[in-house]
Write a protein that binds this ligand. Structure first.
Ligand SMILES: [Zn+2]
Length: 364
């Protein structure tokens, strides 16, 4: 069993950037020069591009599961994240549970605009650029046999054909040699046997991305980009209107179970076991934040105020807890990793979109 996990820093936060900003400080940083500084420097953790490559003992197909392209679709990224803990018996599973972590933390569809319209082209200055590019590189390097992008869409597709919830979205019924409709309808039919509520049953939604002009935007989406690079891809959609996160996660895991069957990817424990364990998984571990205040190490696990003199340097070093734990500054652009404050700043410790506790830095 080979299990390689990556939490890579993104390019926007390199050592070079750090040195560059350090050079901006006075050349002779005497104590008195430091004391004259009127603000406090805050340094935050860069948001990781988190991916996991899990190879089984016996060879088989490679399935890549992407969660969280849209940050307000909790069922999608929690379902993907549950796969991170499993072992693989056959085949290879690649999981990118939080492809758009900034938007997850903000609980917005796209904090920097819709990431799922940026796969065909994205300008380098776009804050999403490093994440979109790393996902594309991962796909091009590993060339999975299929890519599954998880979403929580609006409404119920069976009840309204214009709604994107509770369905498997395909770009064409067949694209090149890929029988997208056949695969999608197998997943839908098998999953529907396990979905009791008739209103929640799934359907196949064909957007005819390349043969009609009804959904031109889909050509810029992850699945459209994959297809044009000869990799079959699907969107699995739960519904935003399902009553609980558990229901959304369950819908995703049920669909995944059947695409894993098609591609002969075997995981341990099974998806049925994971479905039974959703509540346990959704129960968070305690979170601790490690930070340095002028190089003095501090730990914080609940509300606390750090009173720091002007000229101080506060750096968030690590967040320990459930995956998806992170620290975000209150009311500050979430793309920023470095800032200066004059009075005070409140930090929210979150697990994905949900707040665990706050702490504050106060300038004295
Ligand atoms: Zn979505």
């Amino acid at each position: 069993m080979e299990d390689f996990s990556g939490r890579k820093s993104v390019k926007g936060f390199s050592r070079r950037n750090f040195i560059k900003s350090a050079v901006l400080l006075p050349l002779v940083a005497t104590d008195s020069a430091f004391a004259r500084e009127s603000s406090v420097k805050i340094e935050l953790l860069p948001k990781p591009f988190e991916y996991y490559i899990k190879r089984g003992r016996s060879k088989g197909s490679t399935v890549l599961v992407v969660g969280g392209i849209h940050g307000n679709e909790i069922g999608a990224y929690k379902a993907a994240d549950m796969l991170v803990d499993v072992e693989i018996e056959k085949g290879t599973l690649i999981v990118v549970p939080r492809s758009n972590f900034t938007s997850i933390l903000a609980n917005q569809r796209g904090y920097n605009g819709d990431m799922n319209r940026k796969f065909k082209y994205i300008p380098k200055k776009d804050p999403d650029y490093p994440y979109v590019e790393q996902l594309k590189q991962l796909i091009l390097e590993l060339r999975p046999d299929v890519v599954v992008s998880l979403h929580d869409g609006f409404g119920f597709n069976r009840l309204n054909k214009h709604h994107w919830g509770q369905c498997v979205v395909i770009d064409e019924s067949r694209y090149k040699n890929f029988p997208l409709y056949n695969i999608a309808s197998y997943v839908v039919n098998e999953a529907n046997k396990e979905i009791k509520n008739p209103k929640w049953k799934l359907d196949v939604y064909n957007t005819q991305t390349f043969t009609s002009d009804r959904h031109l935007e889909q050509r810029k989406a992850l699945t459209g980009w994959c297809l044009t690079h000869n990799i079959p891809a699907f969107c699995f959609e739960a519904s935003k209107q399902l009553p609980t996160t558990k229901d959304k996660v369950k819908t995703h895991l049920t669909m995944l179970k059947h695409i894993f069957e098609i591609y002969s990817v075997k995981i341990k424990p099974s998806l049925d076991y994971l479905i039974d364990e959703i509540n346990t998984y959704l129960h968070p571990k305690p979170t601790t934040v490690k930070l340095s205040v002028n190089d003095r190490l501090e730990r914080v696990a609940n509300w606390k105020v750090f009173k720091v003199p002007r000229g101080s340097h506060v750096k968030i070093l690590d967040v320990n807890g459930t995956r998806g734990s992170f620290v975000v500054p209150d009311d500050i652009n979430l793309n920023l990793n470095k800032l200066k404050i004059k009075h005070m700043l409140t930090f929210h410790t979150q697990i994905d979109n949900s707040r665990v506790f706050d702490f504050r830095v106060k300038v004295i």
